[in-house]
Design a protein around this ligand. Sequence first.
Ligand code: B12
Ligand code: SF4
Length: 458
Amino acid sequence: MRLYLINPSNPLVNLVKVKASRWNRYRVWKPLSLMVLAGLTPPQWEISIVDENLGAPDYPAMPRPDLVGITAFTSQANRAYEVATYFRRLGVPVVMGGIHATMCLDEVVGRVDSVVTGEAEGIWPQVLEDARHGSLKRRYDGGLAEMNDLPFARHDLLATEYAFGAIQTTRGCPLNCSFCSVTAFNGAHYRQRPIPDVVREFQSVREKRVLVVDDNLIGTRPEHIARAKDLFRAMARANLRKEWAGQATMNFADDEELLALAAKAGCRGVFIGFETPTPEGLRELGKKFNLLKGRDFRASVRRIQRHGILVAGSFIIGLDIDQPGIGKRIADVASQYGVDNLNALFLTPLPGTRLWDQMKSEGRIALDTFPEDWKYYTLTFPVARYKHLSLNEIIQEMISCDQHFYSMPRILRRVCSNLWQRRKPLISLVSNLSYRANIRLECKAYADFKRQRGNRYD
Ligand code: B12
Ligand code: SF4
């Protein structure tokens, strides 16, 4: 039995235009969901993972599969349906799962043979068994997985062409920020994999550099932090010889022992969602965690960096309180905090989030011809109507933010400071230049966007 597991591309995602900028190779991530599915698949299936982000596959030249499984974030839904239509015309059954299938079940159900909502661990073997007997059901629900004894992701598949491997150690987040899908999809309970499992799976990752995809690697409670410390100790003891980056909230900076252990375990970078420069903005987004009284963000960032860990900061443009000038303000604040990279994104109502419900009820979702418009839900296009910023204004704010933060003098200042502090100046240079190179692509993408969808904002 031959199984294709497909990660559809979205040509609008700058991130994955490897050919447009060679720096982007460092920003293409392995589709971990499909590697996990492969790990759950019994040996009688011959598995090929097809990642369309690496280039358009020649499906007609490939052997006919017995089953196709497609994953999709919302931004990939259009292409997912094209791929599904192609294989269904050949008479090959198509199953779709992942976050979009879960949040937009009614839309997906008519476009594929079978939909799997939720996490796959508890249900995928059953789906395969039914497919083998020609008795696929229209719908399955995997719910939330039990984290003990998870089979390892198949890191041996898809081994080349990526700069980074990927691994997951926890799921779920109790914080439920208004714009984020994680609590709705993975639940509010913070579920942790057993440390020995994580360490052994880490050993099976082939790449030297790894992205730990957990939404918050250190959790929110003292016992979560204690577990993170134990994990880092175990990773250091196992002498993995990996360098990795993860995602965490700002409280990562509050514990020197945690930082020292993370660095010892190979942590070289952390993504932190600052989201907005003001407490009013944080309140609007429901991001209470960043509101800690008296928090000195610059000192916190410096504490992390002193352990040789680069800090990438994420900010959102388009909040109700954002006024013209917000782009430059964010660039200035991020520079003041001293982050090594800034990732600014448009506030985007993703299906299943509280923000979606709010904007929908207020009639503010400008791009709402679905499924066609999903391709713009990449957080790099302004898909909604923003309170104080017109379409042209918000695009200008985004460009101004990136141009200020990634101006050559500021890049050089950051790289020199990294050199001075012996903190990976080369990585800092490569990632800064990669962002800078993408500004040109961004401007072109906005011009096309305005031509194609500008009338929706009238
Ligand atoms: C790693 C990651 C990335 C990586 C992508 C790596 C990759 N190629 O998969 C990068 C950085 C590139 C990325 C980019 C983006 N991401 Co992202 N990302 C994540 C993150 C943090 C982890 C995903 C992951 O690997 N999870 C681990 C795997 C094992 O879990 P999983 O993917 O959910 O898969 C399980 C189930 O969903 C299910 N399943 C999945 N697929 C299938 C398929 C079948 C057939 C079946 C049966 C089951 C099944 O089974 C799996 C095992 O249980 C999630 C947050 C999260 N917790 O999910 C956000 C998340 C998925 N990203 C999100 C977004 C918005 C984006 C971007 C659009 C915007 C951006 N700038 O970040 C881009 C777009 C990329 C694109 N190509 O279009 C949103 C998606 C919301 C939505 N409705 O689509 C999330 C949920 C974060 C959020 N804050 O809301 N992302
Ligand atoms: S943005 Fe981060 S902290 Fe907020 S709900 Fe999502 S994963 Fe949790």
